[in-house]
Design a binder for this molecule. Structure first.
Ligand SMILES: NC(=O)c1ccc[n+]([C@@H]2O[C@H](COP(=O)([O-])OP(=O)(O)OC[C@H]3O[C@@H](n4cnc5c(N)ncnc54)[C@H](OP(=O)(O)O)[C@@H]3O)[C@@H](O)[C@H]2O)c1
Length: 267
């Protein structure tokens, strides 16, 4: 009998990808669609969402759609995702991803900055999970993939609110993986290293200004910390998200997986 290849097919699956108008979220939507998923893209910028949705390869079993909303607005998020699931069917793959909190030291961060960041990442993920897990159980297929940061293992200097929020997200994900495992639903997190997106561009610009250096000097210094010697492309992160969403990853749950070109020092 011929051996079958790894099962990466997402035909028949409906993925909801947050922060999908650009960067890692958009690349995740592209990778999921390339494996056959029908994708619902979430972010604030409607024109970018429309363009991103229309550029995806056609889904075999329906249309890609988008929801333009602000993840910081919890009641609207809850109402819009609930309506979307009722109108367009259960979601079997969720990608929790959003904009990173602003840079800055933790000792001067205001309480409101933590509240905003926790709402955008942890609370938004919780709300979306509560609206989608029942459908995953019914469908007999469920994958929750969170895009977090390598700061889960090693805090990044000058990203105080972000580091704190990432730790909370990782704990949320690990706890949920224990509860959903008995239903065959997996929960995993991808921890991107330096990835060539608008977010990285603005972090480099901020560091350059602070250090009175050029953005190129800062970027070169960051690349020097990476054994692979370069930043990731968004698609290199999106492909890992799509793999974790696939049937081939059926026995992986509760992990926080660095995709960082070997930069972290932790084992
Ligand atoms: N790039 C890196 O090097 C890197 C490294 C480690 C971790 N990360 C983390 O990975 C995640 C994605 O990174 P990225 O580089 O792709 O970021 P990005 O280029 O800034 O993209 C962020 C995405 O989230 C959406 N978004 C932001 N705030 C939102 C809100 N309040 N409501 C709804 N959507 C919102 C943005 O779209 P709209 O503006 O249209 O809403 C966009 O689609 C972030 O949490 C980031 O911190 C990135």
């Amino acid at each position: 009998m011929a051996l079958s290849p790894p099962d990466l097919s997402l035909a028949g699956q409906h993925a909801l990808v947050q922060g999908a108008s650009r960067g890692i979220g958009r690349a995740s939507a592209e990778a999921l669609a390339a494996l056959g998923a029908r994708v619902s893209l979430v972010a604030r910028n409607e024109s970018r969402l429309r363009e991103a949705a229309s550029s995806l390869p056609p889904a075999p079993d329906g249309e890609h759609r988008f929801l333009s909303l602000d993840l910081d607005d919890t009641p609207t998020l809850r109402a819009r995702v609930q309506d979307h699931v009722e109108a367009h069917g259960p979601v079997t793959i969720v990608v929790n991803n959003s904009g990173g909190p602003p840079a800055g030291p933790i000792h001067s961060a205001q309480p409101e900055e933590f509240i905003t960041a926790i709402a955008r990442h942890v609370i938004a993920s919780q709300v979306v999970a509560q609206l989608t897990v029942p459908g995953m159980k019914e469908a007999g297929y469920g994958r929750i993939v969170n895009v977090i940061s390598t700061s889960v293992y090693e805090p990044i200097p000058n990203l105080g609110v972000s580091n704190t929020t990432r730790g909370a997200m990782a704990s949320w994900a690990k706890t949920l993986s224990k509860e959903l495992g008995p239903f065959g639903i997996t929960v995993n997190s991808v921890l991107p290293g330096f990835t060539d997106t608008e977010r990285l561009g603005s972090l480099i610009a901020g560091r350059a200004e602070k250090a009175e250096k050029s953005p190129e000097e800062i970027a070169d210094g960051m690349r020097g910390l990476i054994p692979l010697g370069r930043f990731a492309t968004p698609r290199e992160i999106g492909d890992v998200v799509a793999f974790l969403a696939s049937p081939a990853a059926s026995y992986i749950s509760g992990v926080s997986l660095p995709v960082d070109g070997g930069r972290l020092n932790s084992i």
